[in-house]
Design a protein around this ligand. Structure first.
Ligand code: ADP
Ligand code: MG
Length: 367
C-alpha cells in the first residue's frame, strides 16, 4: 500500500527553481533514505512532506489523503531533527510527554505511551534526568521518543545523527534500524552520508540539485548506478572513472580506447555508442586485480603505488598509472603492498560500468 505519494511536485525559492517535476511513491512500512550532497534539496523535500515548507505546485498524499495544504499537525507525521530541540527545563519524561499533554490526551494514556517509548529506546532509567545530564546519543533517543509517542503514520528524520561522533553514529544507526523493525512504521530519512543510506535504506532516493537521479535498493544503486553522479556518490572509497574514446561500435558493443591503458582498446558491452564518443568507464576499487596475471580480454593498466592505506582487514592502494587521478584499488592485507612498488592492474570487461557522453549508464548490469 502506498503511504506517501508525491506527484508532479514543483518548488521554487523566489525565482530560483529547485524541484521542477518530482514524482515519488513510498510504500507503507518502507524505510526510504533521501541522499545527496549538501544543497541538493533533501531537507526541502522532507519539509514539504511535513508541511513545514509550502509546495509551489503538485500534490502530496499521505495514507491516501491529499495533505498538500494541511497543517503539519494534521498530517500524521512526526519529525526528528539534527539538533534535538529538547526543552532544557523539563526532564526526559516531560520532554517525551510534551506534545501528548498539548493534545489533551489522558494522563494514563500518556504514561502508557511514554513508558513504551522509553522501553523501546532504553530510556527507562533516565526519565528523571534533564537534557543537560544526557549524552548526545541519549538526547537524540529522547527526540525520537517524542516522535514515537505520537504514533505517526510517517517518521521523518533530517540528518538526525550528524551531531554525533563516529562510534555513536554507528550505534544510533543500529538503534534506528531496530526501531524500524520493531514498530514497522514508514520512515523517511535524510542524510548526506552514503554509508547511512546504504546501511539503513530499503530504498534509496539519490538527489542532485532538485532532481532524482535514481531510486532503488542499496544494491541496485551500488551495482547498477544509472549515471556518473550515482556511481561517484554511492560507495566509499569512490569508484574510479577512466576516460575512453569509442573507436567502433555495434548496437550493443563498443571498442573503446582507454586513456593510459597498457591493453590498448578493449571491447565492452554498451548500447547506442558511436565512433568518436567520449565515454567514462567506472571501476570500483574492489574490481581491480592487483599484480595478477592479466587476462587477454581485460583492461590492463600499469603503474606504481603512491600510497597504501592499511585498514587491517583490507588495504587500499592508490596507484599512479600516469592519469590525472590516482586509481584506488582495494586489496587484501596479506598482499604486502608498499609505496613505490610497480603493479599491474586488470579488470574484466563485465565488471566495468560504461557511461555515455551525457554521463548516463549505457552498459548492461554487471555479471
Ligand atoms: P539539503 O538539505 O540537501 O542540503 P536544502 O533542501 O536545504 O538542501 O536546500 C536546497 C537548495 O534550496 C539550496 O540551494 C538552498 O540554498 C535552497 N534553499 C533552501 N531553503 C531556502 C530558503 N528558505 N530560501 C531560499 N533558498 C533556499
Ligand atoms: Mg538539509
Amino acid at each position: 500500500m502506498t503511504n506517501v505519494s508525491l506527484t508532479e511536485i514543483k518548488k521554487s525559492y523566489g525565482a530560483v527553481p529547485l524541484f521542477e517535476n518530482l514524482n515519488l511513491e513510498i510504500a507503507s512500512g518502507e524505510f526510504v533514505v533521501f541522499v545527496g550532497p549538501s544543497g541538493s534539496g533533501k531537507s526541502t523535500l522532507l519539509r514539504m512532506i511535513a508541511g513545514l515548507e509550502s509546495v509551489t505546485d503538485g500534490v502530496i498524499e499521505i495514507d491516501g489523503e491529499d495533505v498538500t495544504y494541511e497543517e503539519p499537525s494534521d498530517r500524521g507525521i512526526a519529525m526528528v531533527f539534527q539538533n534535538y530541540a529538547l526543552y532544557p527545563h523539563m526532564d526526559v519524561y516531560g520532554n517525551i510527554a510534551f506534545n501528548l499533554r498539548l493534545a489533551k490526551i489522558s494522563k494514563d494514556e500518556i504514561h502508557t505511551r511514554v513508558m513504551e517509548a522509553a522501553r523501546i529506546l532504553r530510556l527507562e532509567d533516565l526519565l528523571k534526568r534533564s537534557p543537560a545530564q544526557l549524552s548526545g546519543g541519549q538526547r537524540q533517543r529522547v527526540a525520537i521518543g517524542r516522535a514515537i509517542v505520537r504514533k505517526p503514520k510517517v517518521f521523518l528524520f533530517d540528518e538526525p545523527l550528524s551531531n554525533l561522533d563516529a562510534a555513536l553514529r554507528t550505534q544510533m544507526r543500529l538503534e534506528i534500524e531496530t526501531l524500524h523493525r520493531e514498530i514497522g512504521a514508514t520512515m523517511i530519512y535524510v542524510t548526506h552520508d552514503q554509508t547511512e543510506a546504504m546501511t539503513l535504506a530499503d530504498r534509496i532516493v539519490a538527489l542532485d540539485y532538485g532532481e532524482i537521479q535514481q531510486v532503488g535498493t542499496p544494491d541496485e544503486l551500488y551495482n547498477t548506478p544509472s549515471n556518473t553522479f550515482v556511481a561517484g556518490f554511492i560507495g566509499s572509497p569512490k569508484a574510479n572513472f577512466l576516460k575512453g574514446l569509442v573507436q567502433s561500435a555495434t548496437e550493443n558493443t563498443a571498442i573503446v580506447h582507454v586513456d593510459g591503458a597498457a591493453s590498448g582498446a578493449i571491447e565492452v558491452k554498451a548500447e547506442n555508442l558511436k565512433p568518436g564518443d567520449h565515454v567514462q568507464l567506472g571501476v570500483r576499487p574492489e574490481e581491480f586485480n592487483l599484480s595478477l596475471g592479466a587476462l587477454d580480454e581485460s583492461l590492463v593498466l600499469m603503474g606504481h603505488v603512491e600510497t597504501a592505506d592499511r585498514l587491517g582487514n583490507i588495504t587500499y592502494a592508490y596507484v599512479n598509472a600516469g592519469l590525472a587521478d590516482l586509481i584506488t584499488v582495494q586489496t587484501f592485507q596479506n598482499r604486502k603492498i608498499k609505496a613505490g612498488e610497480e603493479v599491474t592492474l586488470s579488470v574484466a570487461q563485465n565488471r566495468i560500468d560504461v557511461f555515455n557522453p551525457d554521463g548516463i549508464r549505457c552498459s548492461p548490469a554487471k555479471t
